[in-house]
Write a protein that binds this ligand. Structure first.
Ligand SMILES: [Fe+2]
Length: 287
């Protein structure tokens, strides 16, 4: 490590190597077992495509993504909405929509709901023109990437807050789902006798100039897996309710979720995303 010019790379590689060696010592790792490990990691890489990111799934199911998110939140100098997982189904460049539009583009049997709220700064002032990216599974627990032609976007959109920081949109209530189990991560989950489910949730990325980007998700109270999320994404402050009658809702005849997102001031640190559009990762990996 001594010759590594980049000090951060040196620090990360030295600690990684130290802990990796300590792990091998602790379990008295055999050659056969390490070969199994190499086969597993190879299979994880081979499962990745422009529409599938098995390494993010591995990071999520080992709790590493949630830990990295928690560390990211701890570095903030102001209070803000807690982070949650990007997960493997994020796509960049979702269609830009007008406030009040629906992100549902395909026939659905889902229960239509309104999601609305404000984007504020840490002093509760509305943040105008903040981008609100939303993506979610449908009423059967599937994302667009798992259905039809995966290049067609559905249940995704990008909205911008009004001059007071308000946003509202129409969508359907999502169902919780089992993480993709047809790859090596699924083999791992089965070998551990874990249930593999995530509670119902809706993903968001909120961003505005001068503020830290918030990567998060809202979870629906009452879901049977709210206490045992396979990827450890649930935080109490992100658990919400669908209210059947909310006179404050901009679409009062629909059941609604209200949630206000709080943005902390930006610092000279990177994004809170543990993940990316899968096509961007395979593109970078191919060089
Ligand atoms: Fe998700």
């Amino acid at each position: 490590m001594a010759s590594t010019p980049d000090p951060r790379l040196k620090e990360i590689m030295a600690a990684l190597t130290r802990h990796l060696h300590e792990f091998a010592r602790e379990v008295d790792l055999t050659p056969e077992e390490w070969l199994e490990g190499i086969k597993f990691l190879t299979a994880v890489g081979q499962k990745c495509t422009a529409y599938r990111q098995e390494f993010i799934l591995l990071s999520d199911t080992l709790g590493l993504s949630s830990l990295v998110n928690a560390l990211h939140d701890r570095r903030a100098t102001e209070a803000g909405t807690k982070s949650s997982l990007v997960g493997p189904f994020y796509r960049q460049d979702s269609p830009v929509m007008k406030l009040g539009d629906t992100i549902v583009t395909k026939p659905t049997n889902g229960q239509e709901i309104c999601i609305y709220g404000r984007v504020t700064d840490s002093a509760d002032r509305g943040v105008a023109n903040a981008s609100v990216q939303i993506w979610q599974p449908d009423e059967t627990g599937n994302y667009d990437l798992q259905k039809h032609d995966p290049s067609e976007m559905d249940l995704r959109g990008t909205f911008f807050t009004d001059s007071q920081g308000f946003f509202y949109l129409r969508t359907i209530a999502p169902l919780g789902y089992m993480i993709p189990m047809d790859g090596p991560v699924g083999d791992m989950i089965r070998a551990q006798k874990r249930h593999g489910y995530r509670p119902a949730h809706i993903h968001f990325i909120i961003a505005a100039a001068g503020y830290r980007e918030v990567v998060t998700a809202l979870y629906l109270r009452g879901d049977e897996h709210i206490e045992s999320d396979t990827v450890f994404g649930v935080t109490a402050s992100l658990v919400t309710d669908i209210r059947s009658k909310d006179p404050d809702s901009p679409i009062p005849n629909l059941p609604s979720i209200r949630f206000d997102f709080q943005l902390a001031a930006a610092q000279a640190v990177g994004s809170g995303r543990v993940g990316a559009d899968p096509s961007q990762i395979t593109k970078r990996a191919a060089g």
